[in-house]
Design a protein around this ligand. Sequence first.
Ligand code: M6R
Length: 615
Amino acid sequence: MCGIAAYLGQRLAVEILMDALRRLEYRGYDSAGIATLEHEKIHCCRAVGTISVLQRKLTDSPIPGSMGIGHTRWATHGSVTELNTHPHFSMNGKFAIVHNGVVENFASIREFLSLQGYVFYSDTDTEALVNLMAYHYAKEPANATKDRFLESVRKSLLHVRGTYGIAVVCQERPREIIGARNSSPLVLGIGKGELFLSSDVASFTAHTRDAVFLNDNELVHIKNDSFAITTLDREEVEAVRQQVDWDTVAAELNGYPHFMLKEIFEQPQALENALRGRIENETATAHFGGLQMTTDELRSINRIIFCACGTAWCACLVAEYLIERFARIPVEVEYASEFRYRNAPLDPKTLVIVISQSGETVDTLAAMREAQRRGTRVLAITNSVGSTIAREANGGIYQHSGPEIGVASTKAFTSQLCIVALLALHLGRLRDLSEAEGMEIIGAFKQLPSQAKSILDQSAHIQTIAARYQNCSDMIFLGRQSMFPVALEGALKLKEISYIHAEGYPAAEMKHGPIALVAPQCPVFCLACGEENIFEKTLSNMQEVRARGARTIVVAREDSPIGATDDVIWIPPAHAVTSSILATIPVQLFAYHMGVLRGCNVDKPRHLAKSVTVE
Ligand code: M6R
């Protein structure tokens, strides 16, 4: 987690870095800091709290310099205090570092350095790393042919077990910055006479769209306006420059009170983007440009394992229902964090598909690498062009949802559902799905953006409903079949945004235990808009909780006979392939309004970060 940024150019570094940190704040927001370098003097400002707290401090005591490094933190080692806030310094004050990741063997590094007389002021793993750099720098002969600064960073990183995206400055090298990465993202931005480093390209696209995405075990050495990339083993690396089309304007609020609401309302557009160019009317199928698999290879697959975390994992569960139903291929769904350490049997006819909005979630990345190490082909569904997962997958599908800034995943989730539905159609048509069924599904996709829009029009109605439940202590979300993952996602959304304890269950499971929780202060949100054959059964499950005193909110298709309920949200009648997408929008709006009514910071919920780059 955490976001790092660095700048070397002619402009005031603080202004560039503060703008970058604001755009990186989604990666962590418990404290932030900046260090600049001018005339061989390092200036630093750090603050506990959001970037705005750091901004106030900097306004009171500005720091000069046209190069520097910055960090926004999501604490891993050490509590949220100013001492634990980055940048961290070597004991002699010569080195300053910002770090995203975890140095797993920091305790042994620290112990070794303590024996050499090093003193530590923070509880962080990062301080051990920066002191190790100072240690190697002191030992490196000054007249060596190799660059002393670069060698000290390189030697230190060779000791590290764990993950890092770093930017380091050295007091004796006033126009140089070194960056490096291993499993945490780092991208170089190349401007006119200025260079940028960042965890996320979106933090500098206002200045340049010319970018180089670093790979694991690579270092970039920036000197004035030039740079060189090498591996940890000193191999030279040819920089692959890419033009990014990421739209920074999309990362503004544009009149919405929160990014989460803006992104919920962007769903019709995000769905259109996911569908664009992928539907083939003539052959009643969907197609994708980047799968890198022949039709024969796709036909030979006899098992798919989906891996992901959090909301993206819920999208995998929907994929299971859709692909098994329409393509008749057995699907398994795994938490990436479990899969990576499990010796799951894999064979050449197994396909692994990972889903990740950010393309940087460390467990998903590790699950992908583990499957690849064992010779299995991995496809990735991701929103982040140029992310590590996108670059390392054997093939994949981009979501094209645009930047998702709110920590709660909303438009990225429904876009993932849309893509797995398209994939179910594609795989189904390569097998037994008839042309007529294919055309029916295509018809459903065509209606999808406008149907999504009609649900968004009910935001005020959903807000009124939320107001009636805002003081509840627990909540249960129920659904059956493809509505079960939506129930899980609804519960996850409510938990993370409003801090209300919530659980999602397959509706019929209630009587096997959870029904004991039912009480007036534990309302039940029932998704009765999935497969037709279980509609009445879902309603019976809802009546069972009502009979025991639960208040109920039901999401149902317009004009369907739902019986008694306290509240109802109608959604347009839809095909099974798109109904999970439509049913998600009410649960998102409900969680959003609950969070706002309860005074929560919906864009930056406590203890969370957008991109989870630690295990
Ligand atoms: O970037 P990813 O899709 O890999 O992220 C996975 C989860 O961390 C993410 O979906 C998380 O659960 C969201 N905060 C949920 O809203």
